[in-house]
Design a protein around this ligand. Structure first.
Ligand SMILES: [Fe+2]
Ligand SMILES: [Fe+2]
Length: 141
């Protein structure tokens, strides 16, 4: 796939697993909180694409939101409000220490859940631990 051309096979597999894992977690969290699970899933599937496309995480949230807007524009599956919601979630998904809009929070939490429970390729950051602890309380885990 062209989007992953900067990645070796291990990184590709890990990237795809992350997107699917975050997507599943986002779907469940959105449903639990009364938000649209489909939009949450779409945001999750797109959230790190800029990093995968370029091979760099520098400003990948803001650039990723722009990339997602271009992709969503071509797909024509979402209206303007839905596109804005997805792009906002991607834009804010690294701001783990602040609280943003409810859908933004779904993506942040889903990212943290996958990272803490399944993705051992990176160290868990302190700001993720705090969110993960709160999620465990919310979901009775
Ligand atoms: Fe990210
Ligand atoms: Fe991520």
């Amino acid at each position: 796939m062209k989007m992953f051309f900067n990645f070796n096979q291990y990184k590709r597999t890990s990237a795809i697993a992350h997107l699917y894992g975050v997507s599943l977690a986002a779907t469940m969290i959105a449903k639990k909180r009364g938000l649209d699970p489909e939009l949450a899933s779409m945001a999750a599937m797109l959230h790190d694409l800029h990093a995968y496309k370029t091979g760099s995480y520098d400003d990948h949230t803001h650039k990723g939101a722009e990339l997602a807007r271009r992709i969503l524009g071509k797909l024509e599956l979402t209206d303007e409000t839905e596109t804005d919601m997805i792009c906002s979630a991607i834009y804010h998904h690294d701001d783990k220490l602040v609280t943003d809009d409810p859908m933004d929070e779904v993506l942040k939490d889903a990212d943290v859940i996958h990272h803490c429970m399944s993705d051992v390729s990176k160290d868990i950051k302190e700001k993720e631990q705090e969110r993960y602890y709160k999620l465990c309380q919310e979901f009775g885990m």
